[in-house]
Design a protein around this ligand. Structure first.
Ligand SMILES: [Zn+2]
Length: 227
């Protein structure tokens, strides 16, 4: 059996792990901006709600004012007709009540206008932060994507240099898309990845004689000790 250059496989293993790490880091970077975007979205829907409240409260105020106008006319008519003071007083009380209701609603609108301004201030701040972070995130992602491209090219050149049977085995293993990649090693007499017990004879063949073997359970390729 021809000797196998395990150092190439080992290099392949660590490079592809590095690639996975970069992909994970890119996702983390994207999360940074999507968090702020969500925050801004929330403020926009909050603002729409406040605007609706302001417009419905303003409508209520208009209604109260119209009622006051009608009651005032009725009250004046009663007074002109010289009808009972009791009745006139009743109207005056109703008008007072409506006016104080309207005043309370005015204050509510004021409060809502303040809240509206606060959401705008917050949004402007968040947009500024977002644009700063986006610049930073895009730069980081571009750099990592370049790193990944380099890694992919490197992996390709390693694969091309492998003997045909190992290249085939490796491409079959890659197609399986196993978590943590297609390689494993022996740790405490078992496969490091799936903990399948490896016999002393097999361990010897792998670590001492450096034969190419796969784990009988998870099918990962064993990298010999020290390779
Ligand atoms: Zn295994």
């Amino acid at each position: 059996m021809s000797t196998i250059d395990f150092s190439k496989l080992k290099e392949y293993d660590s490079l592809s792990k590095k690639e996975q790490q970069f992909l994970g880091e890119i996702e983390q970077e994207k999360l940074r901006t999507s968090k702020i975007k969500n925050l801004i979205e929330n403020h926009l829907s909050q603002r729409a709600e406040i605007k609706n409240k302001i417009s419905s409260t303003n409508n209520l105020i208009l209604e109260k004012e119209a009622q006051v106008k009608i009651l005032l006319e009725q009250k004046n008519r009663l007074m002109d007709q010289g009808l009972s003071e009791e009745k006139v007083k009743e109207y005056a009380q109703k008008i007072d009540q409506l006016e104080s209701d309207a005043f309370a609603l005015f204050e509510e609108v004021d409060q809502l206008e303040t809240e509206l301004k606060e959401t705008i201030t917050f949004e402007n701040g968040a947009r500024k932060t977002l644009s700063d972070i986006e610049t930073e995130v895009n730069e980081t992602i571009a750099k990592k994507e370049q790193d990944i491209t380099n890694i992919k090219n490197h992996l390709l050149s390693i694969t091309e240099e492998l003997p045909e049977h190992i290249k085939n085995l490796l491409s079959k293993m890659i197609a399986k898309k196993l978590t943590h990649g297609p390689f494993t090693k022996i740790a405490d007499g078992a496969c490091l990845m799936c903990r399948f017990k490896i016999s002393k004879i097999d361990e010897n063949e792998i670590d001492v004689h450096r034969n190419l073997k796969q784990c009988p359970q998870c099918t990962r390729i064993f990298l010999p000790y020290g390779s």
